[in-house]
Design a protein around this ligand. Structure first.
Ligand code: ASP
Length: 344
């Protein structure tokens, strides 16, 4: 007989646990007891469930690397006692947290399933109840060898399980709020949970969990748009202390070919800033040799982010600089897939 699955729920906040403020009518985070009391069906699962809650729970717009560390610490401290982890989180920055945790939790072998909801758990039409229950089931699922089915950080939302560092929030209104545009779903959620084993992350060697707590925040996005002036670009590129920039470019990784543009970028690269080319498109990636406008960025020393999401690119830079690596080393590792975040 297989023992009851032991799952730890880490409640950070987000709409799933929110209630309406009686005065302002705005939604605000509320405590875990309220949340779990609204999902009596959880008791029907024959699981040992424990929980840890952020004090106070937060709207995920307030998430920061410090909070990612708190989640990672909760997982590390309880890693041996539980079979899987469910993180309840606001949807707004869920893709950033999922990406960050995928890098921070090195050698992860157990499921870390992040979920939340578009409607609070107390609402009649809430999506939170189903998301929570399915997340628990996914966290408890085993493969045919009795090993965890999911051995990575994933986002469970409505009809799909996505790789965390491949996911993006794509809708502020739809129950299917997330998507991974460049990687298939890890599982389809319908009448049953259908895992797609061939796309689940697996390592060949099993090492003990190693948590990297230091995320270097000296990174930023620079998003191109037609009409950007030289002054604006140079101002952004000379942001004090900045070490890494995710440059959100057009189409297949293209940018203006004006000499001032290329010169400004090349100077920043020469000054030691790591600049990663990531497309603004929701689907597809950077093919910098396709057009001359892409070639100029490569010539200026910008590295390709291939098909990585901007959330994963930014948090990967934070992680690599957090390890204390120099610019050249960071560039090298940006060219590798560390935990399935990019197709090289
Ligand atoms: N503002 C909320 C949050 O991200 C939205 C949500 O949870 O859906 O915390």
């Amino acid at each position: 007989m297989t023992p009851r699955p032991r799952i730890l729920i880490i409640y950070t906040g987000g709409t799933i646990g929110m209630i309406e403020n009686a005065v302002t009518h705005a939604l605000q985070p509320f405590d875990f007891t309220h949340l779990i009391d609204n999902v009596p069906k959880v008791r029907k699962l024959d699981y040992d469930i424990d929980n840890i809650q952020f004090e106070p729970p937060i709207d995920s717009s307030n998430m920061s690397p410090k909070h990612w560390s708190d989640i990672a610490r909760a997982i590390e401290d309880n890693y041996d006692r539980f079979d899987g982890f469910v993180v309840l989180h606001g949807t707004d920055t869920m893709a950033f947290t999922a990406s960050a945790l995928s890098f921070m939790l090195e050698n992860l072998h157990k499921p870390v399933i992040i979920t939340g909801s578009q409607l609070p758990i107390g609402e009649v039409r809430t999506d939170g109840e189903e998301n929570l229950i399915t997340a628990l089931q996914v966290a408890a699922a085993l493969d045919k060898d009795g090993e965890p089915m999911v051995q990575e950080v994933a986002i469970l939302f409505e009809n799909y399980l996505w790789r965390g560092n491949r996911s993006t929030k794509m809708s502020a209104d739809n129950f299917n709020a997330f998507r991974s545009n460049n990687y298939p779903a890890l599982a389809d959620i319908g009448l049953g949970i259908t895992f797609h084993r061939e796309v689940l992350f697996r390592t060949t060697v099993r090492r003990p969990l190693k948590v990297r707590y230091r995320m270097d925040p000296e990174v930023m996005f620079v998003e191109l748009y037609p009409g950007m002036t030289e002054g604006t670009l140079r101002h952004l590129l000379s942001t004090p202390d900045i070490k890494g920039i995710v440059l959100k470019t057009f189409g297949a990784g293209n940018s203006p070919s004006a000499p001032w543009f290329t010169a400004a970028i090349a100077q920043a690269v020469e000054a030691g800033v790591v600049i990663v080319n990531v497309t603004q498109c929701v689907n597809g990636g950077v093919h910098s040799t396709l057009y001359e406008t892409g070639n100029t960025l490569t010539a200026a020393g910008v590295i390709s982010g291939h098909d990585i999401t901007s959330e994963a690119a930014l948090t990967k830079l934070m992680y690599l600089f957090g390890l204390g690596l120099n610019a050249q080393q960071v560039k090298t590792y940006m060219g590798y897939s560390l935990c399935g975040e990019v197709t090289i």
